[in-house]
Design a protein around this ligand. Structure first.
Ligand code: PMP
Length: 457
């Protein structure tokens, strides 16, 4: 073979550039660098794990010559698998949620793949969900291999063997923090495991969109109710086996608007032609750096290209229709509402007696409250739960409230926009305001109504 060539396009995966951010992060003390995974030949970091999943399936005899690769994908894993399939002579069927951009669907079809689109707004175990449809197609298609990226440990292993060592070598180990968004969690879990083995002091920080399960689970250990959001590729409404949340040192939350505005800034101010989850990861990294205020090296993994989102993030009509281009939030933020509430926050402990919690609710005229253990939020209690419990007659007024603590809440921060709180309250009973780990307030529907009435009068 000629000097300087690789034997096929798969040999061009990896060795992506690491680039310093010079404009969007200039107000933080830390130096932020981005690992440009969108420059992989299949368009994202998924090339690394897809090659490992296919290599391992071939070596185990699970994928045979002329076989069909099946996958449930938000687009990028599909693109990587389709590229591998083209090189190695396989067919592909991809199952995608309907919130994904048309560019991604068309991109997969360009490789000759079949694409089946399924509704996003159904439970994962609904027969119409993209997970269920993928399962069925995998069973019904002869000589097929379902890569199952959410439960295939060759996914994180691909990053353990590729992304981790590459970052370690190119930074000479001078990295203090590694930040990435979590979808399957393969990227952060595999890369993070390698980096921690090299230097246990490297901090691993996940970035999660508002609406996904991960953030609240990492912060409070509770599974709160997920709701829909627009950023693609990150966040989940279930726990994949490929994610190792224990390895994370911290997690930061971002909302759609910040993700998309940051994505545009990355393109326009840094010349980085990247997509929405890259904006999410950088917005998360900046928030993290604002909290730590340390001079340190932060490496952020950015995922895929702007070309996949031209019809959305880079389309002013779409951005305006979804309220992402409005100058300022019309209603204000959580901090504005909290200022108008007279009393501080009333909380309970899991060891409190039912009798005392009822007394507390009566004294303060409230119907729900957060439950806090050792200074950390562990759940919520609502009047209706206490009522159901008392009517059920299983325990006495002297029982502790611990078994009644539940998860029908979402969390927000003082900076969260009230429009977003309103969306949350469509799905849950209350939004609990956190500042770091501290519970500093509670917002219920009536609080929001009160505030809006005051605003209007
Ligand atoms: N960003 C994008 C655009 C993605 O497609 C994905 C994969 N779902 C991720 C981030 C998250 O990567 P991982 O699945 O490895 O956590």
């Amino acid at each position: 073979m000629m000097h300087g060539a690789v034997s096929n396009i798969l040999g061009a995966v990896g060795n992506t550039p690491l680039v310093k951010l010079n404009h969007v992060a200039k107000d933080v003390v830390a130096d932020i660098y981005v690992k440009c995974e969108h420059m992989n030949p299949g368009g994202s970091m998924k090339d690394r794990m897809a090659i490992n999943m296919i290599d391992q399936a071939e070596s185990r005899g699970e994928l045979k010559p002329g076989g069909t690769i099946i996958e449930a994908t938000s687009g990028n894993t599909g693109a990587s698998l389709a590229m591998i399939a083209a090189v190695r002579g396989y067919s592909c069927i991809f199952i995608m949620p309907d919130k994904m951009s048309i560019e991604k669907i068309a991109g997969l079809r360009a490789f000759g793949a079949k694409v089946v689109v399924c509704p996003t707004a159904v439970e994962p175990d609904d027969p119409r969900s993209y997970y269920s449809v993928a399962e069925k197609l995998a069973t019904d298609t002869p000589n097929s291999f379902y890569t199952r990226q959410y439960h295939n440990m060759d996914n994180p292993e691909g990053h353990y063997q590729s992304t981790g060592p590459e970052l370690w070598e190119e930074t000479n180990g001078e990295m203090d923090v590694f930040i990435a968004g979590l979808g399957t969690g393969g990227t952060i879990s595999g890369t993070g495991k390698f980096l921690k083995e090299k230097n246990a002091d490297i901090q691993l920080v996940g970035v999660d969109p508002v609406g996904s399960l991960y953030y609240d689970f990492v912060k409070t250990g509770r599974v709160t109710k997920p709701f829909t959001y627009k950023v693609e590729g990150i966040g989940e409404d279930f726990f994949p086996s490929t994610v190792d949340l224990d390895i994370l040192d911290d997690i930061v939350r971002v909302d759609d608007k910040e993700c998309f505005l940051m994505t545009r800034e990355l393109v326009q101010k840094e010349g980085l032609y990247v997509g929405g989850s890259s904006g999410a990861a950088v917005a998360g990294a900046i928030k993290y750096a604002q909290q730590t205020k340390k001079k340190e090296n932060i490496v952020v993994l950015i995922c895929d290209s702007a070309s996949k989102y031209i019809s959305k993030i880079f389309n002013d009509d779409w951005m305006r229709d979804n309220g992402y281009l409005e100058e300022e939030s019309g209603l204000g933020v959580v901090a504005d509402l909290l200022k108008t509430k007279s009393s501080g926050v009333i909380t309970a402990k899991p060891t409190d007696r039912v009798r005392d919690v009822i007394g507390k609710m009566k004294d303060h005229g409230i119907s729900q409250l957060p439950v806090v253990k050792d200074g950390k939020l562990v759940g919520a209690l609502a009047e209706v739960d206490l009522l159901r419990f008392l009517v059920g007659g299983e325990y006495s007024l002297n029982s502790t409230v611990e078994p009644l603590v539940e998860s029908q809440y979402a969390t927000c921060t003082p900076q969260t926009k009230l429009e977003l709180v309103q969306t949350m309250l469509g799905d849950v009973k209350m939004s609990i305001v956190l500042e770091g780990d501290d519970v500093i307030g509670v917002i219920t529907k009536i609080d929001l109504i009160d505030f809006l009435v005051k605003l209007a009068s």
